[in-house]
Design a binder for this molecule. Structure first.
Ligand SMILES: NC(=O)c1ccc[n+]([C@@H]2O[C@H](COP(=O)([O-])OP(=O)(O)OC[C@H]3O[C@@H](n4cnc5c(N)ncnc54)[C@H](O)[C@@H]3O)[C@@H](O)[C@H]2O)c1
Length: 717
């Protein structure tokens, strides 16, 4: 059995310490230990009260996710909670560190809760497609009120101790939580007071009865922040039951039913796949675990534009001093003032105090002189996407920055090996592809060059964690992982437009599937002119899929930046309005290229775009550009707005069944005559044995197949 509970008696108080490193999840050994220790405390007449705490930095971080789907051994969580709630001696939870999910639910079964001042509490089950099924949906609203409880459960937020006190979740805060809790429970045991049980605190439920406002607000919040997800609606139903059903145990029963529905729902599997996928992504199969990680004390950024500013904020937010260099004084001033405005915005929203802003913004310095980054442990270049310019900058950085420091490029698609080749330290050169806005988007594609050392990679993965990014390794290949897939996907969206569908129909179909933003809204946002200009410069003819976009550019319709693209935009607004005047362009280009425009169903739109993603993803995997299918899913969810509840394109393919995927690919290959739909060899081979997309082939295969020829993949965006 995993984990245990240490039992000791101090001053007539039984001290129960959950011991299941590193974060004390409620594994079978912990549940059994809790049950037995409570029995022991009840049977010992000298024990007046019980203190429950955790060993190390966590109180209890939650359920043991590795037990999901298997046979649960030992005492069940429900039995432990009943024992705790009905304990014959008063119990206080001494919340010494994080108390999440089942951890907070455990504390809610105690009579009292005291938190260390650095502790956090939360019910983040929604992030795994679940609801707090250990009574959390029934008990938390009784303490915090239904509105605040719903907000906490629907966001899955970690609430700091001070706020938890204000919300009524804990009764006190302490700097010496175990000793003060011992003192506290002794006093309570000595008093004649009745020891409260959260289940009996009904006043906030009765108050909320007959008023739908709270539930309607929660529904609005869920449909905005968790579009398409199943669990949020179930959470709201649980709280509705808590409000309206007098009998607490009836409410618990409802919670159990709704929980089971979540557990059986495919979204749960998809979201847990991503939870584990993000953790797995940080492991690089051929980089030994014990590889040295460099100490990054100061970072440098070259270029104070859109990306440079956002990346600088990531470092400052993580408490790492960061120095920004730009060649242009005006741009530098503007870049730094954008950073300050972003922090001021957070202060205005109450997310930062003015003191916190001063502290974090104080970590950002700037100048025009490359010498000022010479003492940095890492320097990230984020200047214009131009290989010659990047060569120049890396030569200069190699000359100025101290020996042993990492030199990284934020390029969206240039050849990292070529960039590394101009330096005397290619082993310290790596791609760090942040996404825009870099201070918000979680994805970090880490591009591994031919000579990038294990130590450099391990350090970047560790930095990714410190910056709270979902870091995924990609080999140095055209478009890396994400942009290469995006290319195939948007090309198909454009082909659908050429064949007869309209941008708003395509966008709506894919947004209904769950994507954050349809491809035409996205192309308007990025700018249609980037690819068009690159093609004009190279003198190449537009490929079929780019013909309509290029014609729009000829008419000065570049997207949002010019107020018109596939859609029209009113001054100062990002809201897309239909552009019926474009339809004549669509008709003309379609007929010039031999297409008779036809009605295309939403089903065909979604299938063709998503199948293009899947097929490209399978090639990326078979070439070893990505290490594993889940890495591709993590990229696509965190960088490209793919719905987390579908688990990413690779998981979606596995869930559909690879034989089905192949059948559909063949169908569209026949309809369109387009080889984009020729099933990837990897899919065919896996489907033969009923397999699933998982690990990439071994490293040897990867290098052989790669051959970096810089294509124009990324230049299209
Ligand atoms: N914008 C995005 O959405 C995005 C997303 C991912 C990656 N990228 C990549 O990030 C990089 C930067 O893109 P951006 O959008 O932030 O560019 P940007 O145009 O907003 O900013 C570039 C900055 O670099 C400065 N600069 C140019 N030459 C310089 C030099 N020699 N020394 C110092 N500073 C110099 C410019 O003055 C400007 O301030 C590019 O490689 C781009 O492909 C961009």
């Amino acid at each position: 059995m995993k984990g245990t509970v240490l039992y000791e008696v101090k001053d007539n108080v039984a001290l129960l310490t959950v011991d299941n490193p590193p974060v004390n999840p409620l594994s079978d050994g912990v549940r059994t230990g809790l049950y037995e220790s409570l029995t022991k405390a009840e049977e010992d007449d000298s024990v007046l009260g019980v203190v429950l705490t955790g060993n190390g930095r966590a109180f209890i971080a939650g359920a043991d996710i590795s037990e999901f789907g298997g046979n649960v051994e030992g005492v069940s969580l429900n039995e432990v909670f009943q024992k705790l709630e009905h304990c014959s001696k008063p119990v206080v939870a001494a919340i010494n560190g994080i108390a999440l999910g089942g951890g907070l639910e455990t504390a809610l079964c105690c009579n009292y809760r005291i938190a260390d001042k650095s502790a956090f509490v939360g019910l983040p089950e929604v992030n795994l497609g679940l609801l707090p099924g250990g009574g959390g949906t029934q008990r938390l609203p009784r303490l915090a009120g239904p509105s605040k409880a719903l907000k906490m459960m629907l966001t899955g937020a970690h609430v700091p101790a001070k706020k938890a006190l204000d919300m009524g979740i804990v009764d006190g805060i302490s700097e010496d939580v175990v000793n003060e809790s011992i003192e506290f429970i002794k006093n309570k045991a000595d008093s004649n007071e009745e020891h409260p049980k959260v289940r009996d605190l009904n006043s906030k439920m009765i108050e909320a009865r007959g008023d739908d406002k709270v539930l309607l607000e929660a529904q609005a919040m869920a449909s905005k922040g968790r579009k398409g997800q199943f669990a949020p609606g179930q959470i709201i139903k649980c709280v509705e039951a808590a409000i309206n059903i007098d009998d607490f145990d009836e409410g618990l029963k409802k919670e159990g039913e709704y929980f089971l529905e979540c557990l059986m729902h495919p979204q749960r599997e998809a979201m847990i796949h991503i939870f584990f996928g993000e953790r797995a992504a940080s492991k690089i199969s051929d980089v030994p675990k014990e590889t040295n990680v460099m100490d990054i004390k100061k970072a440098g950024i070259i270029g104070s534009g859109t990306m440079g500013g956002g990346i600088a904020m990531c470092f400052a937010n993580a408490g790492i001093p960061v120095h920004i260099i730009d060649q242009d004084e005006e741009n530098l001033k503007r870049g730094v003032s954008v950073i300050e405005k972003n922090y001021d915005f957070m202060v205005n929203k109450g997310r930062l105090s003015p003191e916190q802003k001063d502290a974090v913004f104080g970590l950002v310095s700037s100048s025009l002189d490359y010498k000022d980054v010479s003492d940095c442990d890492i320097v990230i270049e984020a200047v214009y996407e131009n290989l010659e310019l990047k060569h120049e900058i890396f030569k200069s950085l190699d000359a100025h920055v101290k020996e042993g420091a990492i030199l990284a490029s934020n390029t969206s698609g240039l050849d990292i090996d070529s960039i590394a080749s101009v330096t005397n330290r290619p082993e310290l050169v790596v791609g760090t592809h942040f996404f825009s806005p870099a201070n918000i988007m979680r994805l970090l594609e880490v591009v591994r060059g031919e000579q990038t050392s294990d130590e450099t990679l391990a350090t970047i993965m560790a930095i990714g964690k410190r910056l709270k990014k979902a870091a995924v390794v990609s080999l140095n290949a055209p478009g890396f992982i994400g942009n290469r897939m995006l290319f195939g996907y948007t090309a198909q969206a454009n082909m659908l437009l050429l064949e007869g569908a309209l941008p708003h129909q395509i966008d709506q179909a894919l947004e209904s599937f769950g994507l954050n933003m349809g491809p035409f809204r996205m192309m308007d946002l990025v700018g249609l002119d980037l690819g068009w200009r690159a093609r004009k410069l190279s003198g190449k003819e537009s490929p079929l899929h780019a013909k309509i976009g290029d014609e729009l550019c000829e008419q000065d319709r570049y997207g949002q930046k010019s107020g018109a693209g596939y859609y029209n935009y009113s001054e100062g607004s990002r809201a897309p309005n239909p552009a019926p005047e474009n339809e004549a362009v669509y008709e003309k280009i379609s007929s010039e290229n031999g297409f008779t425009r036809r009605d295309i169903s939403d089903e065909e739109i979604v299938e063709r775009c998503i199948l293009a993603l899947i097929n490209e993803g399978a090639d990326i995997l078979s070439e070893g550009v990505a290490q594993r299918a889940a890495d591709i899913d993590v990229v696509y969810i965190n960088g490209y707005g793919f719905p987390i509840w579908r688990g990413g394109p690779m998981h979606h393919a596995n869930a559909m069944g690879l034989d089905k995927v192949i059948e559909k690919l063949e169908k569209y290959r026949e309809i369109t005559g387009n080889d984009v739909y020729k099933p990837s060899e990897m899919l065919v081979n896996l489907a033969k044995d009923g397999g699933k997309l998982g690990e990439a082939p071994q490293k040897g295969d990867r290098k052989e197949k790669l051959g970096f020829e810089m294509s124009s993949v990324a230049n299209n965006f």
